[in-house]
Design a protein around this ligand. Sequence first.
Ligand code: NAD
Ligand code: TYD
Length: 356
Amino acid sequence: MSILVTGGAGFIGSNFVLDWLAQSDEIVVNLDKLTYAGNLENLASLQGDARHVFVKGDIGDYDLLLSLLEKHQVRAVINFAAESHVDRSIHGPEDFIQTNILGSFRLLEAVRQYWNNLGQLAQQEFRLLHVSTDEVYGSLAQTDSPFAESNQYQPNSPYSASKAASDHLVRAYHHTYGLPVLTTNCSNNYGPYHFPEKLIPLCIQNALSGKPLPIYGDGQQIRDWLYVKDHCSAIRRVLADGQVGEVYNVGGWNEKANLDVVNTLCSILDELQARSDGKSYAEQITYVTDRPGHDRRYAIDASRLERELGWKPAETFETGIKKTVQWYLDNQAWVGNVLSGDYQSWLDKNYAGRSA
Ligand code: NAD
Ligand code: TYD
């Protein structure tokens, strides 16, 4: 038996694969298209490890998926594969529709075909866990309660709309075909192997390179932050004991305004690797034009997961962010390798039109 992880060369997927194999000898088949966000270097420690089977391919490739499911007698699929960056979805939504909607649909079709042919016991034990986001719920006002699983879907960006569409398909495959699915909706992750286009790794890297730390709008937008290893443990928990057909919100109980997050990064860097001129990295903070349609606040009520499955995050924001900054300081070679020509052209596209 084995599990199939899709998108396992990306930020969360690679953390999940590494954590899984640190705790279990069950084979992980890792299907990843290796887009700009996929990086096999994240999995370098698994080189030569027979428990990790990497396959370069697209979740939209029905035949490939079906053959992998059959060949490896997969007992569970964890779907991380997606286009994941809101700003990229604003500049070019097409890939988001292709992978997040059509790709998820083909994945569901292949899984349905495979699952239909399993014996009764294997059918009962099979799981498809779909990894989604809190962004599907839309934006909260300051005084609103955090998102519960029962909140209405109100996605505002092409990214969140495409994720919402995939969540609906997953739900429908359970209700219509009885496919044993689970869905998790998680808040903003941070930690090792985070691609430096997202706020936290971008600001760490820009700070160290003496570049501006770009704050969209007034920087008072609020996100809930979860250390990536805590997200991985939540997924393992839901996979093991989650109720089929149900949705679990995953969050860190860490609501922070973007400006506060960046100021925290600056003070940790001031402590760990002070600027040569003795000034604070906070001097590099620069306000830039806001993201169109920018969601003001996300907050997650993760109490269901705690109440029903006993999961709680192990890290506070303070402990997790310190580990993260230290990881980036210790892994500058990894960062150097992802700052390719492709990454540079993304920075030009996203920040050129934003006046300071
Ligand atoms: P990521 O962009 O770092 O990684 C995505 C991975 O999927 C990459 O390795 C990429 O090569 C692969 N991929 C993309 N299109 C593919 C396709 N068509 N077929 C196969 N592989 C493909 O994303 P991430 O931050 O690791 O997010 C993983 C999942 O978690 C996504 O579904 C995302 O929506 C969800 N999520 C992310 C966050 C977050 O804060 N990063 C929060 C909540 C939920
Ligand atoms: P991001 O890391 O892109 O995640 P998401 O959009 O999925 O929440 O952005 C986190 C927050 O930081 C979001 O409110 C947008 C903001 N942000 C900036 O202010 N400046 C930046 O350069 C980036 C990339 C994001």
